[in-house]
Design a protein around this ligand. Sequence first.
Ligand SMILES: Cc1cc2nc3c(=O)[nH]c(=O)nc-3n(C[C@H](O)[C@H](O)[C@H](O)COP(=O)(O)OP(=O)(O)OC[C@H]3O[C@@H](n4cnc5c(N)ncnc54)[C@H](O)[C@@H]3O)c2cc1C
Length: 491
Amino acid sequence: MWSLLLTIHGVGPVTAARLLVAVGDNPGRLRSEAAFAYLCGVAPIPASAGRRDRHRLNRGGNRSVNATLYRIAVVRMQRDRRAREYVARRTAQGLRKKDIICCLKRSIAREVFKALTCTNSKESASVTPVFPPKYPTATPCGCAHCWKPRRSGCGGASAHTAGMVRTYFPGDPETGRMAVRSLNAYHDFARHTAAPLALKRLGFMVLFTDEQQIAAFEATHQAQQAAGVQVGLISAREASGLNPLINERAVLAAAWSPEAYHVDGLDIVRGYAAAARNHGARLFTHTPVTCIDDDNTIHTPQGSIKADSIVCTAGPWSGEVASMASVDLPMRPHAIEMLFTDAPPSPHREMPMTMHATSGLRIRSWKDRILLAMGVPKAGEAREAWLGRIAGHLGTLFPALDGIGLQRPWSGDFDASPNNTALIGEHPTRRFLYAAGFTGAGLCQAPAAGEKLRDLLIVKKPAPDTAPTRPRSASSLTTWPTPRPATTSPA
Ligand SMILES: Cc1cc2nc3c(=O)[nH]c(=O)nc-3n(C[C@H](O)[C@H](O)[C@H](O)COP(=O)(O)OP(=O)(O)OC[C@H]3O[C@@H](n4cnc5c(N)ncnc54)[C@H](O)[C@@H]3O)c2cc1C
């Protein structure tokens, strides 16, 4: 409990002690975070009159905890970029500073309640701060109706993937080269990490519904093969042979790449973490970096570390961590929603991951269901309209799935770069290295990215054959690649 409280931004030893004193030795008596908020005097009291909908401050509650939450809020408003953005946004909406602080205190109370009431270390993994986007859960058993929180110890996107590693990236042989190298490393995972890694071959198929897509495929086919990517053009009939759900008449042809596998992202994280520990690395979990000084001193609630080199691989948060070091990494979290279909009318056999080139819709089998993704609703698009678009494509391309029910098992953010290719390199004037912007295909590229970082760290100059995207030299660092439209769904 104590150590968890200290992971909360703005909570130091004294603040943590005050919070513990407030709840006494039986925090379990607090029925809910709303009850805790009431105890702290931060629960808004409805004070609406006539047509005016208003809440007023709660004058009751434990004033010492109230003051403590106030202090945490003030620290965040000074030191936390997300809190500052929140204040700016609410101020623009016309909220008074006093009311904004009330809202902040209320959300901090929610975080504190979670930290105070979690009973064991496993449960601690699920304590997520309010501001970073919350990662809901993946279904351990694979079927939608009995999903439970997944225990992972990894708070990042890697714990919530669709579990696909592939080598073929339409129009992008360089990412394919990284993926081929990474797949070789995954096949060799046990030798490097002494941990087994189950890879189930499924294959990956991209359905072309217009001639231009076929022409684009042919234009990059040689480069794909030169990058070591196994991919070929097949007819609509062959495609429906590989995936019987496909409507042959709706498809002109397809790209087929057999080198695509299902893998559990968490097994990869655990395997590498264990191997790192065996090589003497010390891993600190629940220790967020809150500040980085110019001399590469890193500050965390657990203390500070002076580092020769900093390697930032903070996934969707990489831009934020890099900004702590005054490094501008043009990376942004990109939201994605995964959907399950109801059980299809006829049982389907394991099928390749299949993508529609035009819409980006991807489907794959996930035990008795079909897992699919097609990004998130466009700006201004209602969720129903987005689901309608998905249903439209499903009905046309996979008639057996026409009108099938959709459920949302989980969603998350991945780290998107301006041109959808990984950003790996080093800052020109300080030992700050980064690997991010995998744009929904981080599992596919992780081992190769790790090797590039190693080369940058150790030999400074990467071996000529490794890097598909050359680590940035001082002159090119400032000129970021021109943005290309984001792919709508992960891997
Ligand atoms: C729904 C979904 C499905 C996906 N499916 C696939 C797929 O099938 N195949 C595929 O290849 N890719 C997939 N991706 C993308 C993939 O998950 C990511 O590209 C990959 O996991 C990124 O790994 P990472 O280690 O860079 O980041 P993460 O796994 O996100 O790890 C970043 C770590 O940094 C930590 N961190 C953040 N801020 C701080 C801080 N201030 N201090 C200390 N630590 C911090 C976080 O807690 C986290 O543990 C999917 C992504 C999503 C969201």
